[in-house]
Design a protein around this ligand. Structure first.
Ligand code: SF4
Ligand code: SF4
Length: 213
């Protein structure tokens, strides 16, 4: 099949994006595994050293220790506190648009450049399961961002959202009108360039875990 130049460019762009996601997925897996093993090794060394000391001094007895360990393990399992791979899911907050200050994005886009679509947030279970919104393979289950820091669903040519009808609840209920991170002065359209430069890409590489929206 012969592709024209535009088709080649589109293909290269899609392949590049996929490659970036695969790299991030591997990075996430290796980082999570590495951090997990390092923590386990450190905790084990500390714990065994402490237990040896306490047993040697006769301050605790083996049978009591086994009972206490079993009890804590059960409590942690019940509370879902056992160490996981560092994934994040946003609980359904039940947020609505009532009382939300509507913003005329079109009249502000030349200033804000849709910077709100650089903010990071985890998706909820229904949003993940819908399959409509892409999550970052390198940072499950956060919304997917491209290398320039923008949400993958932002159509940069027009500032529109490619999943507008299915966009996450957090996007539906967000208004920048009172968001001091975005605007120093909302009415005067004065951006908070310091916060943006200090907290959002490309000035700042995304943190692996943590919501900012
Ligand atoms: S919500 Fe605010 S920051 Fe986002 S595109 Fe609209 S005007 Fe810009
Ligand atoms: S899903 Fe749409 S509205 Fe939400 S951050 Fe992405 S581009 Fe912006």
């Amino acid at each position: 099949m012969i592709m024209d130049e535009d088709a080649h460019a589109l293909h290269d762009d899609a392949t590049g994006k996929l490659e970036r996601q695969l790299e991030r997925s591997q990075l996430f897996t290796h980082t999570a595994l590495g951090e997990g093993f390092a923590k386990i090794a450190e905790t084990s060394s500390f714990l065994y050293g402490l237990l040896d000391l306490l047993l040697a001094k006769g301050m605790i007895h083996e049978a009591e220790l086994e009972t206490a360990v079993a009890r804590v393990r059960e409590q942690m399992q019940a509370g879902g506190e056992l160490a996981g791979p560092g994934t994040a899911i946003r609980p359904d907050s039940g947020a609505t648009t009532s009382g939300m200050v509507a913003v005329d994005c079109n009249s502000r886009m030349h200033v804000c450049k849709a910077v709100c679509c650089k903010l990071n947030f985890a998706l909820s279970v229904p949003e993940i399961e819908s399959g409509k919104v892409k999550w970052d393979l390198g940072r499950p289950y956060f919304i997917r961002h491209e290398a320039d820091g923008y949400c993958t669903h932002l159509q940069q040519s027009c500032g529109g959202c490619s999943v507008y009808k299915d966009r996450p609840l957090i996007c539906r209920t967000y208004s920048c009108a009172h968001d001091g991170r975005i605007w120093k002065n909302f009415e005067a359209m004065e951006l908070n360039t310091e916060w943006i430069a200090a907290n959002l890409p490309p000035g700042v590489e995304e943190r692996r875990i943590g919501t900012v929206m």
